[in-house]
Design a protein around this ligand. Structure first.
Ligand code: ARG
Length: 450
C-alpha cells in the first residue's frame, strides 16, 4: 500500500511538472507599405498588422501599433498588402488540360483526387486563401476541406459543395448516348447527382448536408461543357428549385445556381438562391430581380479566352465550341450591364475550365467590363466573404479576422493585373510563400536576416 502511494505521488508530481498551459501563440508583425483592407476604402500607407496565432490582433499606422519584443517582423514596406483572395467558383478536382469526351470513360475518382491535391497548392500559391468549390465527386471537396484544415494537405480554405444537382437530361447528366450505355459501375463516381421532382430534390439536399457540404450547387439551365443541353434552356421547375433552396436554407446552407439562360436565372432568383453562377444570357427583368432580391452574380468571364483560344489543344468537343461562341461575348456584355445596374458581384472563375492558379487573370476582364479596380478587389475579398457568410473570418484585414494576407510589388488600383503575380502569401498566420519581404526578429527595423 505504501509503495503504491509513493508511485502514485511520484506520478502526480511528474504530471504536475508538465506545463499544462499551451505555449503562447507566435506573434508576427507585418509592415505594410500600402494596405488595401478589402473593404474598398482608399489605401492606407505605412501600416502595421499584428498577428497572434492564426488571427489578426491589431491593425494601425506604424507608430501606433506596438510591436512586442520577440515578435517576428515581416517587412513588406515596399509592397501592397491585401486580404487573401477568395474565388467563389472553383472545381479543384477538375483538370483543364483535356476535355475530350473519352476521359469520362477512362478516369477513375482517383484522378480527380490527385488533381485536387495539386490544384489546391497552386491555388494557394496564387494568393487565393479561400475557395468555394462548386461541384466534384461525392464528397471529395468535403474531404479536401478537412485534409487541408488538419494541415495534412497544403491549400486554401475550402467551402465545399457536393456534386452539382441536375435534372435528368440536364447539365449534369451524361446525354446523347444510347439508353443501353451504362458507363458507371458505381453511380456515385460523378461530379453531378441526378434528382427529379420535389421529393428527390429534397432528399438529395438533405443527404448532401448529412455528408458535410457547406453549400448546395444546383443546375437551373443547360451549359457549355455538357452535351445536348442548350445553355439557354431552363432546367428544373420553379417548384423543384424552391424546394432545394427552402431545404438548404433550413439546414443553414446557401445555394449556388448554375444558370446561363434568362428564364432559368429568373426561376433561380425567384426560388431564392444566394448566387447566380455564369448569368450569361440574363435579361433586363432578371437584372432588376437580382438587384431587388440582393442575389449575387458570380460570372466567370475569363473562361472564354482560354476555351476558344486553346480549343484544339484541349480537345474541346465541337458542341462546346459552338455553345461557347454563342455565349462568351454575350456573358461579358451582360456582366457590364449587371455592374451598371448595381447587381452585387462576387469573384468566381470556374477554375478547372482554365488552369488552376490563373484565377487572378479574371480581374483584368472585370475591370475592362466596367468594374473599377477597387470594386473588383472588393468582389474577391469582403464581397465574396459576404456571399459565403464568412465575413467575420475572412476577406478583410481587420482585428479578429484570420491572418490571410497577400502582397504584391505594385499598386493593384493602378493596374489590377499585378494581382496575377502575388509575391507573398500567408494563411492563418503561417507564411506560405515569401518572395517579397526580408524577415527579421524583434525590433531590428526591417533588417534582412537572411
Ligand atoms: N461550367 C460552365 C458550363 O459548362 C462553363 C462555362 C464557360 N464559359 C463561359 N463563357 N463562362 O456551362
Amino acid at each position: 500500500m505504501k509503495r503504491f502511494l509513493i508511485v502514485y505521488a511520484a506520478t502526480a508530481a511528474l504530471l504536475a511538472a508538465v506545463p499544462s498551459a499551451p505555449a503562447a501563440a507566435p506573434v508576427i508583425a507585418v509592415r505594410a507599405g500600402r494596405l488595401l483592407d478589402g473593404t474598398g476604402e482608399a489605401a492606407r500607407t505605412e501600416q502595421v498588422i499584428l498577428i497572434e496565432g492564426p488571427r489578426i490582433k491589431a491593425v494601425g499606422p506604424a507608430g501606433s501599433v506596438a510591436i512586442p519584443d520577440g515578435a517576428e517582423v515581416i517587412d513588406l514596406s515596399g509592397a501592397t498588402v491585401l486580404p487573401g483572395l477568395i474565388d467563389c467558383h472553383t472545381h479543384l478536382a477538375t483538370r483543364a488540360d483535356n476535355f475530350s469526351e473519352i476521359n469520362k470513360f477512362k478516369r477513375t475518382p482517383f484522378t480527380a483526387g490527385f488533381a485536387a491535391v495539386v490544384h489546391a497548392r497552386k491555388t494557394l500559391d496564387a494568393g487565393f486563401t479561400t475557395v468555394r468549390d462548386l461541384g466534384s465527386k461525392p464528397f471529395l471537396a468535403v474531404d479536401l476541406r478537412e485534409s487541408i484544415e488538419e494541415g495534412f494537405l497544403v491549400g486554401p480554405r475550402v467551402v465545399a459543395s457536393g456534386p452539382g444537382i441536375s435534372m435528368t437530361g440536364g447539365h449534369g447528366d451524361l446525354n446523347k448516348y444510347s439508353p443501353l450505355v451504362h458507363m458507371m459501375m458505381y453511380p456515385e463516381e460523378r461530379d453531378f447527382q441526378i434528382a427529379d421532382g420535389m421529393d428527390q430534390v429534397r432528399h438529395v439536399v438533405r443527404a448532401q448536408v448529412k455528408y458535410g457540404v457547406d453549400v448546395i450547387k444546383i443546375c437551373a439551365t443547360g451549359g457549355v461543357m455538357s452535351r445536348g443541353d442548350p445553355p439557354g434552356s431552363p432546367q428544373f421547375s420553379l417548384e423543384e428549385l424552391t424546394v432545394a433552396v427552402k431545404e438548404a436554407h433550413a439546414l443553414g446552407r446557401k445555394v449556388a445556381a448554375h444558370a446561363h439562360g434568362a428564364i432559368g436565372i429568373k426561376n433561380a432568383v425567384h426560388a431564392g438562391v444566394d448566387s447566380i453562377e455564369h448569368g450569361s444570357m440574363i435579361d433586363d427583368e432578371g437584372i432588376r430581380l437580382m438587384v431587388e432580391r440582393g442575389t449575387w452574380l458570380v460570372s466567370d468571364i475569363y473562361n472564354d479566352d482560354y476555351l476558344l483560344g486553346r480549343a484544339r489543344e484541349i480537345q474541346l468537343p465541337q458542341e462546346s465550341i459552338d455553345k461557347e461562341r454563342a455565349i462568351g461575348q454575350l456573358q461579358r456584355d451582360n456582366f457590364a450591364k449587371c455592374v451598371k445596374a448595381g447587381v452585387k458581384i462576387a469573384f468566381g472563375t470556374d477554375a478547372g475550365i482554365y488552369p488552376h492558379g490563373d484565377n487572378a487573370k479574371q480581374f483584368a476582364l472585370m475591370v475592362r467590363y466596367g468594374l473599377p479596380p477597387a470594386q473588383a478587389i472588393r468582389s474577391a475579398t469582403t464581397g465574396a466573404a459576404d456571399l459565403l457568410g464568412r465575413a467575420d473570418d475572412i476577406g478583410q484585414v481587420a482585428p479578429g479576422r484570420f491572418a490571410d494576407l497577400i502582397a504584391v510589388a505594385g499598386d493593384p488600383l493602378e493596374d489590377v493585373r499585378i494581382l496575377e503575380t502575388v509575391g507573398f502569401v500567408m494563411k492563418g498566420g503561417k507564411v506560405h510563400r515569401n518572395e517579397l519581404a526580408p524577415r527579421s526578429r524583434g525590433r531590428a527595423e526591417g533588417a534582412p536576416s537572411r
